[in-house]
Design a binder for this molecule. Structure first.
Ligand SMILES: [Cu+2]
Length: 136
């Protein structure tokens, strides 16, 4: 009887170890790179950082960290326009800059505060993207 009990214990232990092994290594979760995302804070009344260089394929997320809810991110030539989506802290707008835009610089502004506070910024895609104009 004791022998069976020992055998049963050993079997249970083996099964438990197998489960541990499976749960830690069998899920198929190989390490992945963090999402290719770049955060720009919208504060009152500026974009921060104002003029970053990003890698091609990066998704830029403009996120409201200020209190004013009337900001926009609006590209000069209409490449993107968030509209008034920043109506609560933490709200965001995203745009991905594909590899085909490598070497380009995009200038943008806030519709509400461009004139009053020079609320402007730029996105430079890749190290070869030209500098933006003054103020962007
Ligand atoms: Cu604004």
């Amino acid at each position: 009887m004791l022998r069976y009990r020992l055998l049963w214990s050993a079997l249970t232990l083996a099964l438990a170890l197998t489960n541990i092994h499976c749960s830690s290594g069998g899920g198929g979760d190989s390490p992945t790179a963090p999402p290719n995302k770049f955060i720009i804070s919208i504060i009152d009344n500026a974009f921060s950082p104002q003029s970053p260089v990003i890698g091609p394929g990066t998704t830029v997320r403009w996120e409201l960290d200020g209190m004013d809810t009337t900001h926009t991110t609006t590209e000069m030539d209409g490449t993107w326009d968030s509209g008034f989506v920043f109506n609560a802290p933490g709200n965001f707008f995203e745009r991905t800059f594909p590899a085909s835009e490598n070497g380009q610089t995009f200038e943008y502004f806030c519709v509400t505060h461009q004139a009053s506070d020079a609320m402007q910024g730029s996105i430079r895609v890749g190290a070869d993207a030209p500098d933006p104009r003054d103020g962007y």
